[in-house]
Design a protein around this ligand. Structure first.
Ligand SMILES: [Zn+2]
Length: 391
């Protein structure tokens, strides 16, 4: 039997291409569409009636097909769980970021296979909900060996690995932030950079657990010198320098963006830095949501991601994040779908994913529904899955 090289996916009731020149509106929608996949790549897109022949045919019977979700912000390498802390928070106990220490303890105590199994299980959850690219951060080891281990394990699953030694100051460095920053920018960076594409920092001067502007700048500069590209956790819990630092250093993304002043928004407009919003966090912490409308209306590129982590947001679901973006942040369904696919791809500086133009990676999500609108219209319903194309 000769190997299958091309597949025509047909019977697509509504195809979201994210290519405005291929179809209607910003999502480039083609109705009654087909798409040819050749050797893992999109080779042809258009009306089903014009579809060329292929070795194999997959009929999706009128369902909607969209680019697989790009989850550009997750913390999957950890052990333990914090459901009791969540319950306490929902009963009124305030969140201050201190719970991360318990995950750090559990992660340091876990063996490699325990961590690997957890990552694998969470990625399977994500894939089952239509996510085809995932960025994974370290940040629960916070020693040279434990951070390098987290990144080695993450690398087994994705190229989009992020060194987040500057997640929080670990308890053993309490009151000695400067010494910890020296460790992060010195031996830890050296051990971690071979396994990472990105470096990230939790810039939150008001938090006793995170890093101020000067420390964040030192981390970003050291990462850049070591050849890593930049991402920033910024402006999550209060106003601060995170966004301006990210733009100034040409970071690909600044994530959270809950508390922004006019200067922050102005800096993002026309910059190469994407504002990544993580509405699952505000949902899970009862914090105010970021003002997505203000950013989009100003012309800022906005992405959506889960921030899947055991403390502030333990969802792996991009569909629920798009529903929250629409319901709670007043994004339109079109904006939310774009932000969860092409917007998030831009936040990873990837041109081969997040859209279905010819030449893109054939990462497809299929909905048990006729339209992308059902993602926000039917929250919590398992409509989305990844469409596996045999190669
Ligand atoms: Zn995060």
């Amino acid at each position: 039997m000769s190997p299958i090289t091309s597949t025509v996916v047909t019977g697509i009731g509504e195809l979201v291409t994210n290519d405005p020149s291929a179809g209607e509106g910003p999502l480039g929608i083609v109705n009654d569409a087909a798409l040819v996949v050749d050797d893992g790549t999109v080779a042809w897109v258009g009306p089903a009636t014009d579809a060329p022949a292929a070795d194999r045919r997959v009929d999706v019977e009128g369902r909607a097909v969209l680019p697989g979700f790009v989850d550009s912000h997750s913390h999957l390498v950890f052990a333990g769980e914090r459901s009791a802390e969540f319950e306490a928070r929902m009963s009124g106990v305030p969140y201050d970021g201190g719970g991360i220490a318990s995950t750090v303890r559990a992660t340091r105590d876990a063996d490699d296979d325990t961590l690997r199994r957890r990552v694998k299980a969470l990625l399977a959850e994500m894939r089952a909900q239509g996510t085809t690219t995932v960025e994974i951060k370290s940040g629960y080891g916070l020693t040279v060996d434990d951070e390098a281990r987290a990144l080695r394990i993450a690398r087994e699953f994705t190229q989009e690995t992020t060194f987040l030694g500057a997640h929080v100051v670990p308890p053993e460095y309490s009151g000695r932030v400067d010494e910890y920053v020296e460790l992060v920018t010195g031996p830890m960076l050296q051990a971690c950079s071979p396994h990472a594409r990105w470096i990230d920092v939790f810039c939150e001067p008001g938090s006793p657990h995170a890093f101020d502007g000067d420390a964040s700048r030192a981390v970003l500069q050291a990462g850049q010198e070591a050849g890593l590209e930049l991402r920033v956790h910024g402006n999550q819990l209060s106003y601060g320098p995170g966004v301006l630092l990210a733009v100034e250093h040409g970071a690909a993304s600044v994530d959270h963006c809950t508390f922004l002043d006019d200067e922050d928004v102005a800096a993002l407009v026309g910059s190469s830095t994407v504002a990544t919003l993580l509405p699952g966090v505000e949902f899970s912490t009862r914090q105010p949501y970021p003002d997505a409308r203000r950013l989009i209306d100003a012309g800022v590129t906005v992405a959506l991601a889960t921030d899947c982590n055991p403390g502030t947001c333990f969802t792996s679901s991009m569909p629920i994040c798009t529903a929250l973006a629409v319901r709670e942040m007043r994004m339109t369904p079109v904006e939310a779908v774009w932000a969860a696919t092409e917007g998030a791809a831009k936040s990873l500086r990837r041109k081969d994913i997040g859209h279905l133009r010819v030449g893109a990676r054939a990462d497809l999500a299929v909905l048990e529904a006729p339209s992308y609108r059902h993602l926000a219209y039917r929250p919590g319903v398992p409509l989305t899955r990844t469409l596996e194309i045999p190669s």
